[in-house]
Design a protein around this ligand. Sequence first.
Ligand SMILES: CC(C)(COP(=O)(O)OP(=O)(O)OC[C@H]1O[C@@H](n2cnc3c(N)ncnc32)[C@H](O)[C@@H]1OP(=O)(O)O)[C@@H](O)C(=O)NCCC(=O)NCCS
Length: 177
Amino acid sequence: MAIRSYKGITPAIDASVYVDESAVLVGEIRIGKDSSVWPLVAARGDVNYIRIGERTNIQDGSVLHLTRASKSNPEGYPLIIGDEVTVGHKVMLHGCQLGNRILVGMGAIVMDNAIIEDNVIIGGGSLVPPKKRLESGYLYVGSPVKQARPLTEQELDFLAISADNYVQLKDEYLAEN
Ligand SMILES: CC(C)(COP(=O)(O)OP(=O)(O)OC[C@H]1O[C@@H](n2cnc3c(N)ncnc32)[C@H](O)[C@@H]1OP(=O)(O)O)[C@@H](O)C(=O)NCCC(=O)NCCS
């Protein structure tokens, strides 16, 4: 497993988190209880910080990075991910903020300062442009994303179920090691 310090800061990862041994986590990263990080994820907390909440899964091949602070942008753009978020395979999350119970479909790209409110699904292959705000309770698809329709009750329920499935799966992986 490649968990590396950068400028004296080491990722702070709760003991209940599963991190695949091929994932690379560098620098200022905090990961909460029962989350999981799957093969070939690259997360670089070097020019700003990454926060990942509880019961969140970051699936295979996803890339997580940030934007540094500057004169015109004194905080820069950290990456903040809430609880019970499912980040699908090969997603790119860059300097954005995700609330709770969100599904980011496979191959989606979310750019700087985009804000994804709670209970949102982003379709596979979608692009969320800089500064875009996705409203709670809706499906968004396309490149750039457009609001497609309200989520059904079943889809809203599925957001927590998906998170739960990944908590179970990471427990099985932890038991293997
Ligand atoms: C977004 C998603 C949930 C929508 O599924 P759905 O119920 O079949 O969607 P709908 O039938 O309501 O589609 C609404 C519209 O969006 C379009 N659409 C659906 N998914 C799309 C996508 N990923 N990109 C672009 N358009 C999409 C549909 O064609 C439809 O367009 P229309 O109204 O012009 O016909 C599904 O397509 C998806 O992308 N799931 C992601 C799964 C994933 O990546 N999981 C993580 C890994 S486990």
